[in-house]
Design a protein around this ligand. Structure first.
Ligand SMILES: [Zn+2]
Ligand SMILES: [Zn+2]
Length: 415
């Protein structure tokens, strides 16, 4: 489930609504598009119904960490995938539930801003610690597994902080959404030591969507992580608050009915398992194919979907695309619509590499126990835009046997 977020237009201050995965805000008042910089943790507050005699400065905001993404776990000889969509209490207390449940999906949240004058409780643990704890909760739910954990990765996760508004009256603490009494306020809630006021540094930063190379206006989808300039045929992604060029190739479609799906093309140097060439990869993963001179001569590239997809389909598509790499022509530096937006950052695609090796491996017994020793060093990356013919039901790649259901790709944008 996606959060619905209200905030104000960075250009004119008008009210704007966006989805959790959105990066591009379009304002109906000033018609300006702005790209939101990924500056780490976004902070949201749930809307409150706190009675008016409680002054706004007295409101206490309690943190929950929200995770959304896929968890790949390679335990023993099993590769298990799970969709994680959860909130987890950011501080220990018996007065509040471990998770917010469905609350964040049932109401519109607001980005924390200067109008939130109350006190925000600080988390004691880092987001990573809480994420690990949340995954432990998942583990205890699944059956007890004593097999060695060979690998675990979180892919495509967005981590954010959702604050639950609370207030104190006559020594009792209340939930500010339902105005329900929770119990006697604990001392850390009132001592003022564990909380801070809103800080400007929490505000997300925005970039104008002007092509850094030619000054033309760039185009992108609301949830796209890569902006396109059709004037100078360039692609751009935000890094450290600036747009940086993304090298890419587009395979000119032969069919009028094709859509370009994005894949991250990742060249690696490995330690632990040799994967220099395509032939190495075929041998290491015991593919039932005859290794020929073409495989021997071609350096291995991983082709990882640059799209959020259901975890199983994501791994299958990455495996098939990587195994099909000899079938793809070189491509050109020319943008052509329709382009499916990049919704999975390169960083996340890199984190999926081990899971892709595990997925591709036929002889799991020999290879999976070696995963902890497998180390990737990234040599080169680029974006490959591959044409898929839309048959109505499926998207079928023009040069290979890759196929994916259209509904699955559309659905992925809500993940
Ligand atoms: Zn505006
Ligand atoms: Zn340009």
């Amino acid at each position: 489930m996606d959060l619905l977020i209200s905030h104000s237009c960075p250009s004119c201050g008008g009210p704007v609504e966006m989805q959790e995965a959105d990066r591009l805000t379009s304002c109906v008042f000033c018609d300006v598009q702005n790209y939101m910089v990924n500056s780490g943790l976004l902070r949201y507050v749930l809307p409150d119904k706190i009675p008016e005699h409680i002054t706004r400065e007295k409101i206490l905001y309690f943190p929950y960490l929200r995770f959304k993404g896929n968890m790949f776990t390679c335990q023993g000889l099993e590769l298990d995938t799970k969709v994680l969509d959860t909130t987890h209490r950011g501080l220990e207390t018996q007065l509040l539930p471990l998770s917010l449940g469905l609350k964040p999906q049932a109401m519109k949240v607001a980005l924390v801003n200067s109008s939130h004058t109350g006190l925000f409780f600080r988390r004691k643990d880092t987001a990573v610690t809480v994420l690990q704890r949340a995954s432990l909760v998942e583990d205890t739910i699944s059956e007890l597994n004593e097999q060695a954990l060979n690998h675990r990765a979180f892919i495509g996760e967005s981590v954010s902080c959702i604050y639950l508004p609370l207030y104190i009256e006559n020594g009792m603490i209340y939930d500010g959404i339902l105005n329900r009494k929770l119990g006697i306020a604990e001392s850390w809630m009132t001592d003022g030591q564990s909380a801070v006021r809103y800080q400007h540094g929490w505000d997300p930063q925005f970039l104008a969507t002007i092509c850094p190379q030619c000054g033309a206006s760039m185009q992108g989808e609301h949830d796209g992580l890569v902006m396109n300039c059709y004037n100078c045929d360039s692609c751009w992604a935000e890094k450290n608050g600036k747009f940086v060029p993304v090298p890419y190739t587009l395979l000119i479609p032969e069919n009028d009915n094709s859509v370009q799906l994005p894949f991250w093309r990742i060249s690696v140097e490995t330690k632990g398992i040799r994967m220099q060439t395509v032939a190495d990869f075929l041998r290491a993963t015991n593919q039932p194919v005859v290794v020929n001179w073409e495989h021997e001569e071609r350096d291995l590239e991983f082709l990882v979907p640059a799209m959020k997809l259901r975890p199983k389909i994501f791994l299958q598509l990455a495996k098939s695309a990587t195994l099909s790499q000899l079938k793809f022509p070189l491509g050109e530096r020319k943008l052509q619509k329709p382009l499916y937006p990049v919704t999975l950052p390169l960083k996340e695609a890199v984190q999926a590499l081990k899971s892709i090796v595990a997925e591709a491996t036929v002889n799991k017994k020999d290879v999976l126990p070696q995963l902890p020793n497998l180390i990737f060093e990234i040599k080169r990356t680029s974006l490959a835009l591959l044409p898929f013919v839309d048959t109505g039901h499926d998207l079928v790649q023009e040069h290979s046997s890759l196929a994916v259901a259209s509904s699955v790709v559309q659905f992925g944008r809500k993940l």
